[in-house]
Design a binder for this molecule. Structure first.
Ligand SMILES: *[C@@H]1O[C@H](CO)[C@@H](O)[C@H](O)[C@H]1NC(C)=O
Ligand SMILES: *[C@@H]1O[C@H](CO)[C@@H](O)[C@H](O)[C@H]1NC(C)=O
Length: 144
């Protein structure tokens, strides 16, 4: 009977987590957010950063980065219990364009970013900032 007790509690816990509606058990998961610099080089030399990206939430600043072509800006987040987790970014394409976009919004991204390795994938391109849920098909969600 001693053994039963040590098995029963974790089992009960696991079962109760599984029985929660999906959105209520999200605090359990860790999401990876990727923003890749896929801008064309045009006239800039390959080793020179052409994208300046800064992402943050109300409480956490991931930092400003100068990115060269092909570079990936990435961080992790969980969804907090109030399900209000929000990360936004400002992207500046040196000398050309600038805009802000929401890189992670709990109630928009909880499901779509769980499709592929718990990842939200963004690609900064010539005509806008693209999103992919599967790292294969891309949509221009934030045209410049
Ligand atoms: C949930 O996260 C958001 C942003 O990530 C933050 O503003 C809010 O204070 C957090 N709420 C709690 C209860 O931690
Ligand atoms: C997406 O695919 C590319 C290659 O097609 C790969 O280099 C990259 O690591 C993938 N991204 C993730 C987040 O797995």
């Amino acid at each position: 009977m001693g053994n039963l007790k040590s098995v029963a509690l974790p089992l009960l816990l696991a079962v109760s987590i599984m029985h929660l509606p999906f959105s209520e058990s999200l605090w359990f998961f860790n999401y990876h957010i990727h923003v890749t610099n896929d801008l064309p080089l045009l006239n800039s030399p390959p080793g020179k950063p052409n994208l300046f990206l800064r992402c943050k939430s109300k409480n956490k600043d991931i930092g400003l980065r100068a990115m060269v072509k092909g570079q990936d800006y990435t961080w992790d987040t969980k969804i907090n219990l109030s399900q209000t987790t929000l990360f936004f970014c400002n992207a500046r394409w040196e000398g050309r364009k600038s805009r802000s976009f929401d890189a992670f919004v709990a109630n928009r991204d909880d499901r779509r970013c769980s499709v592929y390795h718990m990842s939200c994938m963004w690609s900064v391109r010539e005509d806008g900032i693209y999103f992919s849920r599967n790292n294969a098909t891309w949509f221009n969600e934030y045209p410049w």
